[in-house]
Design a binder for this molecule. Structure first.
Ligand code: ADP
Length: 490
């Protein structure tokens, strides 16, 4: 099967969050299963290009429309591990992908609708048509409309489009002008139910268009699927999701076990096995050396007996900055250490954690690092005893799975994919109310288990480390859906 993924992230080349991890993990597994998989990405200035091989210019002048004129792009092919990439670089003074970051620009809708049109135009002109196109989130949701309304009538014979919903809070709201500038009938599309935003008048909603025009939809966990259809976690799209629920599935993401591998991770002080055959004492011994290394590096008290808890997360409202702060305070007030690694999504959240950092500047029990640091994240997973994820909602969440793989027990709020992957007192700790008391209770239970019931703690660590969060099962589920699309279009 020939599948083209169109996406805006790929770990570790261009990563902002879990979306990048999903792209690399799923695509590697699909390639191993024998499929021909290609990934189309923007050629960002911040691409970590060290791992890229065989970079070739395959199309020097791909035309798309921008405000009535041609905008030309250079298209490159490249290899990354077992993945085939196609990179799009527009030759425009607007420098869409030379902003030093992936998201967060005021013209994100322009940047990614351009990318969507260029990706589809490239595939159309190349004529090496894939069987299926797999889209990811609002930035490329427009591709589904482009295919159905423009390219299919032009004989672009793709058998199906699948859209994975990684986070429906972000929907790509924009004006009709955003589409008109690409040569599309923006005003007409605005007046149609397929794209008109359900909450804001005179506003296009790109994700809503993706829901309508895609052949199949996948939410990144079964619980998240239910939450977005039936609760406010649909962020205004509940009705559309109810109308499209016949084609909406829920598949829990996996993690890339070769990338997240404590036995073979260059970021660790010492590698250690967390396979089920390795007993908890072995995990603990490996963890102890990495813990000592982390404590020394971050200026924390060197202690093997103090529980070390952490959070590794984008610091967005979704992740509940207030509850993360509470978790940190409860942990250190009760004899533990806490390391927070995260980048704030807003100036207000950054200020909150800068203030906390200042308050504990001399603490030997707390380290707050407001940075994106992939290498440190790996060491932190290996060094910590528990990872705290008190999210208000969490479509899937990967850090709880990565934590388990490194023998770090997840302490999570029971929502979305966290509810689907963590069971209380089996492989971690869960709580329901999104309140200070809720997170405090879970932290205290975890601390008590660590300090007073080490045998139970070790059992949980073994259960967590032994769980299979590889891409094998989710990739098989995706392949079933792919097969369904092919069969429907024979
Ligand atoms: P989301 O996609 O909502 O950000 P996930 O849990 O699905 O959340 O994925 C988060 C990914 O990003 C994990 O791989 C985690 O280790 C990583 N991550 C988050 N913040 C940082 C950071 N500041 N530095 C390094 N890695 C980070």
């Amino acid at each position: 099967m020939h599948v083209v993924h169109i996406a805006t992230e790929l770990t570790p080349i261009a990563k902002a969050g879990g979306l990048g991890d999903v792209l690399s993990g799923l695509c590697k597994e699909l390639t191993l299963c024998g499929h021909r998989v290609e990934i189309i990405l923007p050629k960002y200035d911040i691409l970590a290009s060290e791992g890229l091989k065989n970079i070739r210019l395959i199309e020097p002048h791909l035309p798309t429309l921008e405000n009535g004129k041609h905008l030309f792009s250079r298209i490159f092919s490249a290899d990354f591990e077992n993945l085939k990439l196609i990179l799009i670089e527009p030759d425009s003074p607007l420098k869409y992908f030379s902003r030093g970051k992936i998201y967060g620009e005021c013209d994100d809708a322009d940047r990614f609708t351009f990318f969507s049109t260029a990706a589809m135009e490239f595939l159309y002109r190349r004529k090496d048509f894939p069987d299926l196109i797999h889209l990811h989130d609002w930035p490329v949701a427009l591709c589904a409309l482009l295919h159905k309304e423009i390219y299919e009538p032009l004989d672009f014979p793709v058998k199906g489009l699948l859209l994975t919903l990684h986070n429906v809070e972000h929907q790509g709201r924009c004006s009709a002008e955003t589409l008109s500038r690409l040569g599309l009938p923006g005003e007409d599309l605005l007046s149609q139910d397929e794209l008109g935003d359900p909450l804001y008048t005179n506003t296009i909603n790109l994700l809503k268009g993706g829901l309508h025009y895609s052949d199949l939809l996948v939410a990144v966990s079964p619980t998240y699927r239910t939450e977005i259809v039936h609760t406010e976690k649909g962020y205004g799209l509940e009705k559309t999701l109810q109308d499209t629920r016949e084609k909406l599935y829920g598949i829990l993401n996996g993690i890339d076990l070769s990338y997240w591998d404590p036995e073979n991770d260059p970021a660790l002080k010492v590698p250690f096995s967390t396979r089920q055959t390795s007993c908890a004492t072995q995990i603990r011994a490996g963890k102890a050396i990495n813990k000592k290394e982390l404590q020394a590096r971050l200026g924390l008290e060197i202690s093997d007996t103090k529980p070390l808890f952490c959070t590794i997360s984008r610091l967005a409202l979704q992740k509940s900055p207030a509850l993360i702060e509470q978790a940190l305070l409860t942990t250190v007030e009760n004899g533990g250490q806490f390391v927070l690694l995260g980048v704030a999504a807003t100036a207000a959240i950054h200020k909150q954690f800068e203030a906390l950092k200042k308050r504990f500047a001399n603490s030997k029990e707390i380290a707050i690092l407001l940075a994106q640091d992939e290498t440190l994240a790996h060491l932190l997973y290996a060094a910590s005893d528990a990872i705290v994820i008190p999210s208000l909602y969490e479509p899937c969440g990967l850090s709880q799975m990565i934590g388990m793989r490194y023998g770090s027990l997840p302490i999570v709020r029971r929502t979305g994919g966290l509810a689907d992957s963590v069971s209380d007192y089996k492989n971690g700790f869960t709580f329901d109310p999104a309140t200070k008391e809720g997170v405090e209770g879970a932290i205290l239970r975890a601390l008590s288990c660590y300090q007073d019931h080490p045998t139970k703690w070790n059992q949980l660590v073994c259960n967590a480390a032994g769980a299979d969060f590889s891409w094998k099962t989710p990739a098989a589920q995706y392949q079933k859906l792919y097969a369904q699309l092919l069969q429907a279009n024979i």
